[in-house]
Design a protein around this ligand. Structure first.
Ligand code: HEC
Ligand code: HEC
Ligand code: HEC
Length: 112
């Protein structure tokens, strides 16, 4: 339900650091978003992308905003901790095979 421009820049990317462009026209808006060339299958990159907006379960609630929404820390689960290396897509999906597939555009939560 978020506008595309919260995550994508149709004019391309130079990366938030100006030297490491993102793939998939991912926006440069957030400091975590540089060198994101493989969010789909590299768990560390997926996590950096999601942490652009979401706050880890052990993070400080309210330190990020998305279009005026003040973000809370997410629920307490091992992969939701800042120290975890577990890929978010293991449970929230990176499947683009059909319009009902679960992926970042449709991030259903499943127990994994
Ligand atoms: C919450 C962030 C977010 C939003 C909002 C978002 N996208 Fe994306 N999109 C991504 C990410 C991240 C990828 C890279 C692939 C991945 O990691 O799933 C992607 C990939 C894509 C792709 C390539 C998919 C493929 O099959 O290779 C297209 C096309 C796309 N987005 C279009 C859109 C459009 C159109 C909108 C608005 C209706 C939108 N996105 C909104 C994050 C987002
Ligand atoms: C542009 C900011 C942004 C990015 C990037 C982003 N999200 Fe979100 N996401 C939101 C907002 C805003 C909400 C709704 C408010 C909330 O839940 O705090 C949300 C909600 C969700 C929900 C709950 C959906 C529901 O139906 O209740 C899940 C799950 C989720 N995001 C997972 C992810 C994952 C996984 C990633 C990385 C692949 C990601 N998000 C990246 C902004 C973002
Ligand atoms: C092992 C499976 C698993 C992994 C990996 C995982 N999650 Fe979740 N996530 C869940 C489940 C199950 C729920 C729904 C129940 C709940 O709220 O705890 C959920 C809920 C959420 C929600 C919505 C509820 C809330 O607290 O805001 C967000 C946002 C979210 N996850 C983001 C992420 C992000 C970001 C990552 C990667 C850093 C991630 N998840 C990795 C299983 C997982």
């Amino acid at each position: 339900m978020l506008p595309c421009y919260d995550c994508h820049n149709p004019h391309g990317s130079e990366g938030s650091d100006g030297v490491r462009p993102n793939a998939f026209l991912i926006s440069d808006e957030r400091p975590e978003w540089a060198g994101l060339t493989n969010t789909l299958t590299d768990p560390a990159q997926t996590r950096r992308f999601c942490w652009g907006c979401h706050i880890p379960s052990d993070g400080i609630p309210g330190i990020k905003q998305v279009g005026g929404i003040i973000m809370n820390a997410i629920s307490v689960r091992e992969p939701h901790r800042s120290s975890s290396t577990h890929g978010c897509y293991d449970c929230h999906g990176n499947d683009y095979t059909d319009p009902e597939s679960e992926n970042v555009h449709r991030p259903r939560a499943r127990v994994g």
